[in-house]
Design a protein around this ligand. Structure first.
Ligand SMILES: [Zn+2]
Length: 137
């Protein structure tokens, strides 16, 4: 199992002070970009429960989603993240998009992701809703 010491997979500094507090539920993402970075780090570290909690998919049973995520985390070795663009998704926003490029051992994934606050409320947690477009290279 990977250690919690060392740099955060998202590139934002030490894991302990970057995405770990979010993964442990001690802190919430204040922006869509922060949620995106923490979800990337969760993929890299196999934090399945965090991935489940930040992406609502009511039509797929949770056990199935957990299994899919576990498979995906095992199959892909993530190597780095670059944020390419952000639209809204700030502290005072209810939704926003984040464009990013995520490198893995076999290539890269470029995606424009859509985020919304839970329940459309200004104090709702940021959630990943869907990919607006995806490009694998
Ligand atoms: Zn991080």
């Amino acid at each position: 199992m990977s250690t919690d010491q060392g740099p955060c997979p998202c590139g934002g500094g030490a894991y302990q002070s970057c995405c770990a507090p979010l993964h442990r539920g001690e802190q919430r993402a204040s922006t869509a970009e922060q949620l995106m970075r923490s979800r990337y780090a969760a993929f890299a570290k196999g934090e399945l429960e965090y991935l489940l909690a930040t992406h609502l998919e009511a039509d797929v049973p949770e056990a199935e989603r957990r299994q899919q995520l576990r498979r995906s985390c095992r199959a892909t070795r993530w190597m780095g993240l670059s944020i390419l663009s952000c639209t809204d998704g700030g502290v005072g926003d209810l939704e926003g998009t984040v464009g990013f490029e995520a490198r893995h051992r076999e290539g890269l994934l470029r995606e424009l992701s859509f985020f919304q606050r839970r329940g459309g409320c200004s104090d709702g947690d940021w959630l990943y809703i869907k990919a607006l477009n995806t490009h694998a290279g």
